[in-house]
Design a binder for this molecule. Structure first.
Ligand code: NAD
Ligand code: MG
Length: 385
């Protein structure tokens, strides 16, 4: 049986892992839309290889390059935010939401509003839009399939069980490349050091989030929206080997865990095939070779991001959106060398404080307005450092 697929953010790390799975079973898939921000040549190459219906660049200034690169292939080309939304709204059996940041919100919402299956990697969109997105999932009868490895693990551990029987959900965290660094070393951490993740090969933004632990903070908020248990039932444990991807503990004392290699093709395959299973090129898990799995409590003194994110989740309303926006701005500044690693979470806290009385967003437009306003505050705070 052939299934159709669209990939938003096709040129990124998650997009490439998804296309690798599609490439291994070409006869099983028909590719509808592939999108990128600007990498026109790369996007055109993928669109040609997979015979996509349409290729879209988010940055309209890259559209003429995309048109040139697609030549007489017969593949449609489009550019700009409304074109991303239009592409995401095209019928497909599954839409992979793998754009990084809140930039992916409107296209992801368009896929949800179509009422189909959405394989969600774009955690920033869910963190920012929270209740607006989950309400749209319910009202349009869409299915949100978590791709983030922890959430995919939890999703798998919940199958066949009742959410009311859950005592605790534990998200595992690798601790990132700077785990164990002193405060003084963290102050001086460079972008190259922060993106050198020991276990996962990911895009720059999530790699920095992983180093600050804000990735786990965002994932805590993501989990709170995906799995209806109270925040007091969501826990984080540092597990540097990244073999256990998360765990669900039930009221009878049973804890179910999902294990696997640190390769995004595993959770992506799980989401794409759900409720079935599909082949991946993974080697069998070799536990004797792994030898030891270790666990430790997060160090919120040196890595305060998980505390800040938990407080934002507790505050609710617009706080998670504000946190995400501030974090996106600060991470971009850190990556371009214009702020320190330790400034990132400090800026996030200051911006949260300045926006604490903002009204809760009730619509997509509210979310966009709050996101823009928090970005402006973050830029101002960064200027004043
Ligand atoms: P990436 O930077 O490698 O790729 C991002 C993709 O989004 C690219 O195709 C890029 O062209 C596109 N994009 C970027 N900005 C855009 C914009 N303004 N408009 C339209 N398109 C834009 O990122 P990634 O590591 O693949 O992560 C993608 C998402 O998946 C993020 O939300 C991340 O948190 C999440 N995620 C990633 C991993 C991973 O292993 N990489 C794991 C879990 C979750
Ligand atoms: Mg994750």
């Amino acid at each position: 049986m052939t299934r159709s697929i669209s990939i938003l953010g096709a040129t990124g790390s998650v997009g490439s892992s998804t296309l690798d799975l599609v490439r291994r079973n070409r006869a099983g898939w028909r590719v509808v839309a592939l999108t990128a921000n600007c990498s026109a040549a790369e996007l055109a190459k993928l669109a040609r290889e997979f015979g996509a219906e349409i290729a879209v660049v988010g940055d309209e200034s890259c559209l003429s390059d995309l048109r040139d690169a697609l030549g007489d292939s017969g593949i449609q080309a489009a550019g700009g935010t409304s074109a991303l939304v239009e592409a995401a709204a095209r019928p497909a059996d599954v839409t992979v939401a793998a754009i990084v940041g809140c930039a992916g919100l409107r296209p992801t919402m368009a896929a949800i509003e179509r009422g189909g299956a959405v394989a969600l990697a774009n955690k920033e969109a869910l963190v920012s839009a929270g209740g607006v997105m989950t309400a749209a999932v319910r009202s349009h009868g869409a299915t949100l399939l978590p791709v983030d490895s922890e959430h995919n693990a939890i999703f798998q551990c919940l199958q066949g069980n009742r959410i009311e029987d859950v005592r605790r959900i534990t998200l595992t965290a690798s601790g990132g490349p700077l785990r164990g660094w002193s405060q003084a070393e963290l102050e001086a951490a460079t972008p190259a050091q922060a993106v050198a993740h020991p276990n996962w090969d990911m895009g720059a933004k999530i790699s920095v989030d992983s180093a600050t632990m804000m990735n786990k903070g965002l994932e805590l908020i993501e989990a709170h929206h995906l799995f209806p248990v109270g925040l007091d039932r969501l826990d984080i444990v540092v597990h540097p080997q990244s073999v256990i991807h998360s765990m669900v503990e039930y009221r009878d004392g049973s804890t179910l865990a999902q294990l696997g290699p640190s390769d995004m093709r595993v959770p992506i395959a799980s989401a794409l095939a759900w409720p079935d299973r599909m082949d991946t090129p993974m080697e069998p898990l070799d536990l004797p070779a792994l030898g030891t799995l270790t666990f430790e409590a997060p160090d919120e003194e040196r890595f305060p991001a998980t505390r800040v994110a938990r407080e934002a989740a507790q505050a609710g309303g617009g706080a998670p959106c504000v946190l995400n926006a501030a974090n996106e701005v600060a991470v971009a500044r850190f990556l371009d060398g214009s702020c320190k690693f330790t400034d990132i979470v400090c800026v996030n806290e200051v911006v949260l404080e300045r926006h604490q009385d903002d009204p809760a967003p009730n619509s997509l437009d509210d979310v966009t307005m709050l996101d823009e306003s928090a970005r402006a505050t973050a830029r101002a705070v960064l200027e004043s450092l």
